[in-house]
Design a protein around this ligand. Structure first.
Ligand SMILES: [Zn+2]
Length: 70
């Protein structure tokens, strides 16, 4: 239990970033941002393009924090 607590924090309210994956179409260049899925990595072939059904390539994986609430 102690290990889990040290890995995931113990009581601090930290906002975790949401991980996104960006895939770029090899044909029409359309860029689609979608939630990260297990196994995604840069330069991995992505899903078929939603516009022209050509193959896509994952060109970015990044975390983004939700907007801060005041
Ligand atoms: Zn396309």
């Amino acid at each position: 239990m102690g290990l889990l607590n040290s890995l995931f924090g113990s009581g601090k309210k930290e906002v975790k970033p949401t991980i996104y994956t960006e895939q770029t179409c090899n044909s029409c260049g359309d860029v689609v941002k979608r939630p990260f899925e297990d196994g995604d990595y840069v330069f991995k072939p992505g899903l078929a393009c939603g516009k022209c059904s050509a193959t896509t390539l994952i060109t970015a994986v990044y975390g983004q924090y939700p907007p801060e609430k005041h």
